[in-house]
Every structure is written in C-alpha cells, then in structure tokens.
Design a protein around this ligand. Structure first.
Ligand SMILES: NC(=O)c1ccc[n+]([C@@H]2O[C@H](COP(=O)([O-])OP(=O)(O)OC[C@H]3O[C@@H](n4cnc5c(N)ncnc54)[C@H](O)[C@@H]3O)[C@@H](O)[C@H]2O)c1
Length: 287
C-alpha cells in the first residue's frame, strides 16, 4: 500500500506523558482515531486528564467549540497493551528518552503493527537510524519531532533516518500539516536542527549567569530585547525542564564533543532537584 495521507485513519501513540498526550490530542482534534498507550493505567488516566484540561482551555479561548472538544476526546482510546495498536496506520512513539526502552518498543511494534504501517519517534536527541535498526522496516521509520506544548507550538521537525523512504518522509510532513503544524526537515545528525543550536545557547546562558556576567533577569531580558526571541535561555530552560536540558546536552556532548559540554550550574541544579517550572523551582521560582 502506498504511504500517503489518505491511508491514515488510526494513529497509535506510545507514551501518555507531556508529549504523548499532546500528540494524541492534536491528532484527535484533526479527526483521527487515536489509541494512546502507557505502561500503567494511572499514566493513561493522567494523559486523559492533561488532554481534558488542554481542550477546556482551547474552548475557553474560543479556539475550539465544546462539541469539537467532546468529539476529540471520544476519538481517543487509552490502553496499557501495546498489542492494541495493531490496527494503527501510523504510530508515534513518545515514551521516555532512553534508547534501550525505545528500541524495545520498536522491536515489539514491528511485530504488532501491519506490514505497511509507519513508525515514528518523537525523540529529541536520539538517532532515528539507531532506533530504526531494531526493526525489519527501517525504510518506514521516521522522526516526527513535536515541540512542547504540542497543542500550542506550531513547528514540527521531520527527521530523516539513513534508510527512511522518501514517501514516508513526505507522509510525516503531510500528517503534521494535517494537524495544523508547519514542518522543516533535518538529517539524522545529533540534536537535529533545533536542539543542536538550542542546547549550547541555553548552556551559554547558564554559564553567563554562573560567571556573573549579568543577573538572570538581565540575561533573559537582554536576549529577548536584543535578539527578538520570546523567552531568554534561563526562562526557556525552566520551561523545558532542567533535567531534560541536561540529558540532551550530555547526549550531544558525547556525540559532538566539548563544545556541547553541559554547564556546571545546570548539573548542580538538577542534582538539587530544582528542575524548573515542573518542580516549582529552577533558575526562577514558580507558584
Ligand atoms: N518534554 C519536551 O519538552 C519534549 C519536546 C520534544 C520531544 N520530547 C521527547 O518526547 C518523548 C517523551 O517526552 P515527555 O516529555 O512526554 O516525557 P514524559 O516523562 O512526560 O512521558 C513519557 C511517558 O512514557 C511512558 N513510558 C515509559 N516507558 C514506556 C513504554 N515502554 N511504553 C509506553 N509508555 C512508556 C512513561 O510512563 C511516561 O508516561 C521523549 O523522547 C522526549 O525526548 C520531549
């Protein structure tokens, strides 16, 4: 069967966390049937709670009608069984950022899904080719890198593995655009386009603060007013999660060498449990 957008009805999502729940939501809003899997029912339930909250906010802002929000929720089914994704035409994997876990998921998906189903990963830093190598369908594995928060962020980075088929790359673009997103393409090189450039920028912001170049507020203010970005590096790090930034930086450091070395203060804050907005404290404090 041809890999084209008309062949997509059912979307599988692996992981119901921050990204998985967001991906399930935007796919359901666009009219796809979605089956969302996590390892424990509690995590699936949390995913549904996140989706409900996000849809309610969109309704309050008049971005969506209440009927559309209800219909989207009805199109999402939750499960703890990966086997329930058997009928999915496209699966987007958004489990934790761990190569062994992702490869295990792809080995299982390769067995479970139809021969012509496409497998996508939302990884931020891991190699699409390495993940795909665990399967017997490397040509049907592609990176669809959504940004956080998925329902709000317009950009999606399409990452092309060593053996990804052109038709599958096109499908990834078409699917993302069908969700109302705008895409760009990256080769499967460490960090792709976004994190390769973003992580050193964040680390340099942290170092500048640690070395007393300016106050954290002035570092963020300077970068916003001086370079026209919506958030400064310290604010953005808090928003992403300092543990996620550290993990991404460590992966890039391993692959690309010293210019990607994580800032000392970033490590110290993660060790202290100050992970940013999600723990109420990172470089700033949150309610
Ligand atoms: N959070 C971000 O800003 C962001 C942005 C872009 C991409 N990503 C990528 O998206 C992926 C998910 O990140 P997240 O922030 O949603 O993480 P998260 O921790 O919020 O959610 C991950 C979920 O995966 C589940 N999980 C673990 N093993 C699983 C398995 N075998 N099968 C199914 N589910 C499993 C966990 O229980 C958890 O609910 C990662 O690869 C991450 O790098 C994250």
């Amino acid at each position: 069967m041809a890999h084209d957008i008309d062949s997509l009805d059912s979307i599988g999502v692996v992981g119901a966390g921050t990204m998985g729940s967001g991906i399930a939501q935007v796919a359901a809003v666009a009219g796809y049937d979605v089956i969302m899997r996590d390892i424990e029912q509690e995590y699936v339930d949390n995913g549904f709670e996140t989706i409900e909250g996000s849809l309610n906010r969109l309704v309050e802002r008049d971005s969506l009608s209440a009927d559309e929000a209800d219909a989207a929720q009805d199109r999402i089914t939750g499960t703890t069984e990966l086997a329930d994704l058997a009928d999915a035409d496209l699966v987007v994997e958004a489990a934790v950022e761990n190569l062994d876990i992702k490869q295990d998921i792809f080995v299982d998906l390769d067995e479970i899904v139809k021969e012509d189903a496409v497998l996508a990963t939302n990884t931020s830093t891991l190699s699409i080719t390495t993940i795909a190598s665990a399967t017997d369908r490397q040509d049907s594995v592609v990176g669809i890198h959504f940004m956080n928060p998925v329902p709000i962020m317009e950009g999606v980075e399409i990452v092309v593995g060593e053996r990804t088929d052109d038709e599958v790359v096109q499908l990834a673009h078409d699917f993302s655009e069908d969700l109302g997103k705008k895409t760009w393409e990256s080769d499967d090189k460490p960090g792709f386009v976004t994190n390769r450039i973003l992580m050193p920028w964040i680390n340099e912001g942290v170092r500048a603060f640690d070395e007393g170049v300016a106050t954290k507020a002035d570092i963020d203010r300077g970068m916003k007013l001086g370079t026209n970005v919506p958030m400064g590096p310290l604010e953005l790090a808090d928003h992403i999660g300092l543990d996620i930034c550290l993990h991404a930086s460590e992966t890039l450091h391993e692959e690309l060498g010293d210019r990607y070395k994580p800032a000392y203060l970033l490590k110290r804050k993660v060790e202290a449990g100050d992970l940013g907005k999600k723990t109420g404290r990172g470089f700033y404090e949150y309610e």
